[in-house]
Design a protein around this ligand. Sequence first.
Ligand SMILES: [Zn+2]
Length: 393
Amino acid sequence: MRGVIRGLRSTEILSMDLRVHWHRIAAATLLVALAAAAVLGEGRLAAAPQAPLGGRAAGAVDRAAGPAAEAGTRGRVLFSADGRYAFPLAGDITDMAWTHYHWNGGDAVDILARPGLSASSLAFRRFERSSVVAVTAGVVSRADNALGGTALVLRGDDLREYYYAHLSETWVVKPTRVRVGELLATIGRTGRWAQYLERHLHFAIASRWHRGLAWKTDVNAAEWFRSEFDLAWIDQTPGPYPAAYPSGSPLPPPYRIVRSFAEMRSRNPDLASIELAPEGGSVGLAVALPAHGNRGTGSSRAAAQDGAQAGVYSTLTGEVRVLRGTVVGLRVQVTNRHTSQTVVFSGLLAATVRTGDVVRRGGLIGATTGAIDYEYFDDGLLTDPTPTLSGRR
Ligand SMILES: [Zn+2]
């Protein structure tokens, strides 16, 4: 399992969770879960839920309510016209967004708070506690794994399988029969890399039941949302841009290196960066901050200081992904697909770019009043960006 993780390209992991589809990473865990399901047989899985969500008694989930089984969920459940299917998240769907294809081109979806929602808004906070529900009647099992974190597989009575990842809480302990729309879990950021991303639901569909290791996402989830619930995906296809490598500094001179790559790596080997700060406080730059959306959540660093605003500039030409409300505050990631280069800027006060934008090297991406963390992934490998700061590459 370690070897598999090491072999991952973290450029892609960072751009969104499951690069290696869970059937590879979760193989061992799933094998156990599915074997258990097979032994027990679907018809006899009537185990009472344990560790109920939010302190609710297990019995509070109304199993007799059929398509109206919304007990315990936060927000309403959206059902298909025939009542056979439910949208996987309860709540206000206008606050949610997903793209036609998963970030890696696959058929899974990442359901996120819609772009433009400020991380400090009520709607964003509400989204972060969204209830995850059974999309159809079937047997749900745990499928926890290193990258997906706390995860579930629902083996539907429709003979399809549904996968939910990065959950925070779930009452599901062992294979259990559930009804459509029944509360299963709460979204979260579990999994090796998801902690650095926004809370979101990774959701995938397989066209048939699998036993063992051959799980395959072969139904496009966004298209399924459209056909069953008449819901549209958002398109974030970036415009064309040339191949490039990182070069130059995200802060204009004068700046200083507050913490070196070696120092940061000794603190967090997974996510080593260099910490840069504007020097002298006179770098004041009137950055037009967006009125809403793309604002930081009071990253302690940005909030603690009240100095002049400094612009933060991309060091790479590529596609933008803005991550709000992560454990390290507001993050802007720029990836150049042609060269497999990714740079990540964290601790911003606000971003002036949006997910799906193409930014040129030297283009303004946001502002800071303090220090920022700057990370560099060279073909997936966490790399010291210091030599690139001078602009030579
Ligand atoms: Zn995903």
